[in-house]
Design a protein around this ligand. Sequence first.
Ligand code: N01
Length: 544
Amino acid sequence: MHLTNYNESFDAVVIGAGFSGLYMLYRLREAGFSTRVYEAADGVGGTWYWNRYPGARCDSESIYYNYTFSEELYREWTWSSRYPEQPEILRYLNFVADKFDLRPDIQFETRVNAAHYDEETKRWQIELNDGTSVSAKYFITGVGCLSASNLPKFNGLENFKGEWYHTGHWPHHKVDFTGKRVGIIGTGSSGVQAIPVIAREAEHLTVFQRTPQYSAPARNHPYDLEYIKRSKENFLEIKKQMRESQGGQPVEVPTKSALEVTSEERQQKFEEAWQTGGQGIFTSYYDITVDPKANETASEFIRSKIGEIVKKPEVAEKLKPTYYYGTKRPIIDTDYYETFNRDNVSLVDVRTNRIEEITDNGLQTTEAEYELDVLVFATGFDGMTGPLLKIDIRGKDGVSLKEKWKGGEDTRTYLGVANAGFPNFFMITGPESPSVLSNMPVSIEQHVEWIGDCIEYMRENNIDTIEAKVDAEEAWSKHCREVAEATLFTKTDSWYTGANIPGKPRRFLIYLGGGGAYRQKCAEIAANGYEGFSLEAASEPVTG
Ligand code: N01
């Protein structure tokens, strides 16, 4: 694509008005770069705009699940509870957009269909779904890791006479389950959050479960004002801890193996974590996600809790997972296992009793037909690469990202932020960065600040293009794979490994070396004049 008559021209184009795009816009605009954000939705929020399903809430503690780039912002916003619900997080992001007057530079209800690098002009030509095209020196994606929803191909869905919804594209109106027979497919984080809420309203809820899940109680509670006041007073310390920590929130780093302590001590530790609520079991011992035997201690602890909570033994057995705890996203819940004690809830194991088709009136498995008025798909996302590959992104020689990554067989990036062959293209929390195995806002801020600094550096040093070198990318990708292979994460079928999408090549695309260490590595690379990147000087002074 070599367009000469594009409609507008910017220093930078950013896709997405979620946590990533909002801050990227602010950061670049503050530095004097003309920036345009394109957003498919009619409002800001990204993940928190789309995932409006009942029970949707965050599983990072709210005082850490926010931006830290502005102390004023941190002090002005007050979270209501430990794990805020989706409407509150969406209000926060709207508050941010208003406070920094971001909306004038966001074009809503607009999708980027294609972005092609023009080697002659050294600019990105960006094609929008309204038929117009714009040009930008820098092209930045803030599309998130989980925005391409996965609706599995079930035969007959088009014949279903009832209502159906996907948790990742929930409607804006309230879905009323009162008096209805509801079915839900999927028991990941979304399903586990939605099931207890829907069960309280529906006449009957049938849960179609393929893989049982480990979940721990969230024990959400309102914050007391004194706690909030202290967190605001300690802003600088909290920010430092978040940014230096492994996972983006201050957690005591485990120093012991689960296997070096007595079973009594271990049991006590797990029990304390269970009673406190949150992700404490996951972070209790350093080898939980590394050593199968250590993992089994935590897995068995949660299985025993399921056995205690769920009254019908045959239901409890079906709910007990067997994969390595933590290698699918560990879930925290409010009354998840308890919900299966309700008379109006039934559980169907679709691994043994397979879904054959969706019928006019419900769902047919190999053993029975279930009559349903509403069907909810909590079937997740084509994670990591899915949102990027939905856009026709082409770098030098017209090579697409999809071709470069060999359809996912060979996805490789430099630091999860850049790609060889794609000059001046940056991905916020892209594949092979810590992304979803860290507290997202912290990782997003780190990428945004790194990208912003890089673009400013280019202007100051009269550099026209920056591009990852092939060998640096290869070394980074190899390092990511080696770190992941040393853990149990790669052994489990999950969206982390791409195994949830039929035909998707199996690759683990999250950097597991820790957010703090990753931040340091990125900073060193920048301090060394962007080591591993080729920088090309401009023939004329760089303005953008
Ligand atoms: O998706 P998932 P999600 N037939 O992929 C099942 C984040 N998040 O939307 O496990 C039958 O985890 C599938 O079964 P199986 C968080 O990072 C965060 O729940 O593949 N079942 C699974 O049970 C999370 O990890 C928050 O065997 C099918 C479910 O659908 C990520 O988003 C809240 C099927 C999908 O689970 C994704 O979570 C929500 C089929 N053909 C989400 N295909 C919080 O912050 C899929 N399934 C709390």
